[in-house]
Structure formats: C-alpha cells, structure tokens
Design a protein around this ligand. Structure first.
Ligand code: AMP
Ligand code: MG
Length: 335
C-alpha cells in the first residue's frame, strides 16, 4: 500500500489550495483556483519539498499570465486594448502581442471559426444572470460588424495592438488557459522535473512519465454521461483539451445556449456537445478545440490534414466521431 499524505494548506493567501503527496509513486498534486477555474498541477519528484517549490513557481507564472490577459481585470493588457478601441493603439508586452498574433493565425487556419474579437457579441449573451434571455437579432447583427480578427491592427515596431472600431472587444478566453498550461509545463521541466501534468481547468498538458514510469493515462469523459468514457489513452508530451457546451450555458424554452459563439451567426453553436483536441502544444489545442466546437463534425477534416493532431467529438445527437488516426489507434478501424 502506498502511504497517502494529505496536507491542507490553511493560508489566507492561497485560499482553496489543496495538496496531496503520494510517497509510493513520488507524485505531488496541488490544486488552486486560477483564471476562474480549478487548476491542478502534478509532478513526479522523490523530494516533495522541491516538488512543492516548483509547483508554487508554476502557479506564480499562471498568476502573472492571468494579470496580463484576464478579461475580468480592468488593468490587464487586453482590458486596456478594449478600453482604447476606436481611439488609439495600445503598447503591450511582446508576450501579449505574440499571443494576439498567434490567435490571428489560428483564425486564418479555421476560416474565422476561432475569433478573439467575438467579445462584442459575447457581451450580449449573459450566462451569469438568473434570468437569461436570447438577444435581439438586430442587436446581434449590429455587434457582428465588430467581429473580425482581420481588423486587429498589429504594429511590431511600436509593439501596439489597435482595435480600430469603437465597441470592438478582444478576449483570450479560448486560448489563454492553453497558453498558461504551456508556460507552466515549460517552467516545471526546466526545473528538472521529469514527469508531470498541468491541468488548466480541464485543458491538460502531460509530459514525461507517471509515478509507475508509464506515459500518463488520460480518460475522455462523455459530455452528458459523466461515467461513460469516450476513450482512454496513454499520452507522452501531449496536450489534450476539450471544449464543451456543459461548462457554461443557459436554457430558454428548453433550448440550450452555450458560451461558444459561431462568429458567422453571432449565436451559440449547435452542432456539438463536446470537441476534444490532442496535439503537442496546449495553446494550439485550446484554440483548435474551440474552433472545432464551432465547425462541428466537418471540422474533423481540417484536423485530419494536420500531422500530429487528433480529435474526438460528440455531436448534438450524442454520436461519437473521431479523426482517422484515432480510429486506428483505438482499434475501431483496421489500418
Ligand atoms: P474554450 O472553453 O476554450 O472553448 O473557450 C470558450 C470561451 O471563449 C468562451 O467562454 C468565450 O469567452 C470565448 N469564445 C466564445 N466563442 C468563441 C469563438 N468563436 N472564438 C474565440 N473565442 C470564443
Ligand atoms: Mg479553447
């Protein structure tokens, strides 16, 4: 039997922080709330003191990224860009600049299914209110005029981002957690940790081996039936990210409206219940999972064309579809 040591940190600073050390497997797991979601970092390290120190550094890195790009903080760089929409370009860090530039690339690749300028439409759909309502079609049409990733003006020399129309809003909610997972994992590996998992609110990056010296085993859950597994995979140095309609949604007259908006219509997409993307980069996986959620089953063709990328989706009727490589891997199809 492995000894399981449970330490609850009762600190005012890190409220809701829990950590578990499994001495038999040399694994340390710490959970903290970040970016509005539950994050969990696991490292394999025979020295729990070192492991804890590295995990704390990784969480500090995630805090730093959150303060840079959070839409909920008025002083973040993205909020400053939004406040200056239609007024003036905003000088940002190279880091934010590059993230916006990479977001535009994903938009291009996905024909605009992923679009960080969806913000103006998104504010019309209030997923937090107790009395949810479907916005007017005319309001949506009006806001859609402000949605177009190609309008974002980037000036590399001045290091500025400019939203040229008043009311434009950008938000990195569909790519930020993946970026944070990448950065946290890179920091942990640079500290000499050979294996671990960064779970950024359900966006996973796994690296190296687990406490049994095997690639990490990851299960993909069915979006509606919590106990049903769509797949179970052993992954080595991979990100696995799911976008779903179950995270944030409301119902009006029995219709379900979720938080992922189709930039072509300005309304929540209705083709999938979940979209899971697997590839070696958590940021790309995050952005592409959101895009795939918008594109629906047809989006699998795009993923099939990308070497080293796999995806599995559950459609509106609950049917499961996946990329060719995954079918082969899961043994549903002969190679
Ligand atoms: P994710 O959970 O990564 O799929 O991100 C979903 C979040 O991204 C939503 O809660 C919105 O804030 C934002 N979002 C919604 N629709 C889109 C879209 N088509 N492209 C980019 N971001 C979006
Ligand atoms: Mg995403």
């Amino acid at each position: 039997m492995t000894a399981l040591v449970l330490v609850l940190i009762a600190s005012e600073l890190v409220a809701q922080s829990t950590q578990v050390y499994d001495a038999g497997h040399h694994t340390l797991k710490v959970q903290q709330t970040k970016m509005g979601s539950l994050f969990e970092i696991t490292v394999v390290d025979p020295d729990p003191v070192h492991g804890e120190q590295v995990i704390n550094d990784a969480f500090r890195e995630i805090d730093r990224i959150e303060s840079l790009i959070s839409s909920w903080r008025d002083d973040s760089e993205t909020s400053r860009i939004n406040a200056q929409a239609g007024i003036a370009p905003v000088v940002v860090t190279r880091e934010t600049f590059d993230l916006v530039a990479r977001s535009q690339k994903v938009s291009k690749l996905t024909n605009g299914a992923f679009d960080i300028t969806i913000g103006s439409v998104l504010t019309l759909w209030d997923f937090k209110t107790r009395a949810p309502a479907v916005p007017d079609a005319s309001q949506i049409q009006q806001a859609l005029k402000l949605v177009d990733y190609r309008l974002i003006e980037l000036d590399l020399e001045a290091l500025t981002v400019f939203l040229p129309r008043k009311g434009m809003r950008l938000g990195l909610g569909a790519i930020g957690k993946g970026y944070a997972a990448n950065r946290a994992a890179a920091l942990i590996r640079a500290a000499g940790i050979m294996g671990g998992v960064v779970n950024a609110g359900g966006d996973l990056f796994v690296f190296g081996k687990d406490g049994d010296d095997l690639p990490w085993k990851i299960s993909i859950a069915h979006p509606r039936e919590g106990n049903r597994r769509l797949a179970e995979l052993r992954l080595l140095d991979q990100a696995i990210v799911t976008s779903g309609d179950y995270e944030r949604f409301f119902k009006v007259n029995g219709e379900r409206y979720s938080h992922i908006i189709d930039p072509r219509t300005g309304s929540p997409t209705r083709s999938l219940q979940s979209a899971t993307l697997i590839c070696p980069d958590a940021e790309v996986a995050d952005a592409l999972a959101t895009a795939l959620f918008v594109l629906g089953v047809e989006g699998l063709d795009l993923v099939d064309r990308l070497t080293g990328f796999s995806a599995i989706v559950v459609d509106w009727e609950g049917e499961v579809h996946m990329t060719r490589d995954l079918k082969i891997r899961l043994g549903n199809e002969t190679p």
